[in-house]
Design a binder for this molecule. Structure first.
Ligand code: FMN
Length: 191
């Protein structure tokens, strides 16, 4: 089992997504003695924004290779300004690569090439964005990640904490619910 663990919160030890992503990795690997876990902290060591020359760098190749080598990817994804962090977006810009993670067929349909991976996202939002809420229409973090991973062939799983900014009780309840969901995650132990 090769796990790529990514964090992208700017909130350090107060980060909810860091807490949840760590719990997910712990659950997935607890029974896997030979698990190979790679960790990338995109807030501590940000990747560059896209530039044309940037496509050809050794760093860009290494980031893509690291993603392609992982069979499981765990991503801490905070909602900032209604979408994912700019640090996480820069990482996605490195892994959405034509000919590597997607291609187009003769009819112009996109074909995802990374469908052999499991992607689990730990998402935290300050407010409430569930179906039927007034804010649902401006949820562009989970919806964006579903779209971009779907584009490269992956149906991501989400563990969501909500209400972090509403008050301490909502924050605690959101974390508790998310950690309970981590305990229910399906774990595939290699024979
Ligand atoms: C710069 C910044 C922008 C934020 N923008 C939003 C937002 O647009 N909507 C929202 O519901 N919460 C917002 N929040 C609250 C975060 O989603 C919340 O703190 C969440 O826990 C972030 O994940 P983290 O704790 O891992 O950093 C924002 C927080 C910060 C620091």
């Amino acid at each position: 089992m090769t796990v790529l663990h990514i964090d992208s919160s700017i909130q350090g030890e107060n980060s909810i997504t860091r807490q949840i992503s760590a719990a997910i990795v712990e659950r997935l690997t607890a029974e896997q003695s030979g698990a190979d876990v790679r960790y990338r902290d995109l807030a501590a060591q940000p990747l560059p924004h896209l530039t044309l020359p940037g496509f050809g760098t050794d760093e860009a190749a290494a980031v893509l290779a690291e993603f392609l080598a992982a069979d499981t990817v765990v991503i801490g994804a905070p909602m900032y300004n209604f979408t994912i962090s700019t640090q996480l977006k820069a990482w996605i810009d490195h892994i959405a690569v034509a000919g590597k993670t997607f291609r187009y067929d003769e009819s112009g349909n996109a074909i995802g090439l990374a469908g052999d991976k499991r992607v689990i996202v730990a998402l935290s939002r300050g407010g409430f964005y569930g179906a039927g809420t007034p804010a649902a229409a401006v949820e562009h973090a989970e919806s964006y990640l579903r779209a971009v991973f779907g584009f490269i062939g992956i149906v991501p799983e989400f563990i969501v904490a909500e209400g972090a900014a509403v008050g301490p009780e909502h924050r605690a309840a959101g974390i508790e619910a998310a950690l309970a969901a981590v305990d229910q995650l399906e774990v595939k132990v290699a024979a």
